[in-house]
Design a protein around this ligand. Structure first.
Ligand code: GLP
Length: 241
């Protein structure tokens, strides 16, 4: 596990550099995309490089980490719409090149295993962008998640619903109770994991992830078992290391 401590813009530059290298070296690169505020500077930097340096995503496939269950497709806070607005529609992905778990499916169990299979059939994820929850969740793998889990339906922890209420007008009752999420086992199959964490509210989760014992109670600790992880943190998020 490589830990890099710097400011948000420098961290975004480093992640964008890694993505640009991947796009330059693979004919059919597969990117793992995360929602949440942590990767926003990365997406802005990639959009800038697309607009000014001709960085193209026309041959790139993307897979999202997770999705709320039960939000209508038109809901602005569905992760599908969030990632479209924040990144996908701002660059030149081909139509349908970015997939996410289908949180509106009638059969959520089948939708989960279909999604897991789609990632495998695409050749697996070359580079996965990750954030971390204040309770140490990765994607929506909340404390107690099996460290070898696959894409599946999960309940959201109360803490996560409180943390995410800010996207739902501050009303925690509007935050869905369930989600579909790539499992920790699914995420661990990506070839390179880059996890971004900024702000003092992430310090305990970052401390556990990097220095804690591996435990399902701090799901991000499973990353210690991955052969190629880059953790990118600012000073406040690194304050307990
Ligand atoms: C959300 C997402 C995660 C994200 C995390 C942190 O609940 N499901 O993928 O990494 O919480 O979010 P943020 O980056 O906004 O702090």
């Amino acid at each position: 596990m490589e830990v890099i401590i710097s400011d948000d813009q420098e961290l975004a530059t480093l992640v964008a550099d890694a993505i640009e290298r991947l796009l330059g070296s693979e004919t059919a690169p597969v990117l793992g995309l995360a929602t949440g505020s942590s990767p926003l500077s990365v997406y802005d930097e990639l959009v800038r490089r697309h607009e000014h340096n001709g960085l193209t995503f026309s041959n790139v496939r993307g897979f999202m980490l997770d999705e709320y269950v039960g939000l209508p497709e038109s809901h602005p806070q569905s992760y599908r719409n969030v990632i479209d607005a924040e990144f996908v529609s701002r660059v030149d992905f081909r139509e349908g090149a970015v997939q996410g778990p289908d949180g509106t499916a009638a059969d959520l169990v089948a939708a989960s295993s279909d999604y897991d299979r789609a990632i495998t059939e695409a050749g697996g994820i070359d580079l996965q962008i990750l954030g971390i929850g204040t309770d140490g969740h990765v994607a929506f793998n909340e404390p107690g998640s099996s460290l070898s889990s696959r894409t599946r339906i999960k309940s959201l922890a109360d803490q996560t619903r409180v943390d995410n209420a800010r996207f739902f007008g501050g009303d925690v009752d509007q935050v869905p109770r369930h989600c579909l999420t790539q499992g920790l086992g699914t995420i661990m199959e990506a070839r390179h994991l880059l996890l971004i964490a900024t702000g003092g509210h992430k310090a305990e989760a970052v401390h556990q992830m990097v220095e804690g014992s591996i435990s399902s109670m701090w799901p991000a600790t499973v990353l210690q078992m991955h052969p190629h992880v880059t953790v990118l943190v600012d000073d406040p998020a690194a304050s307990r290391l």
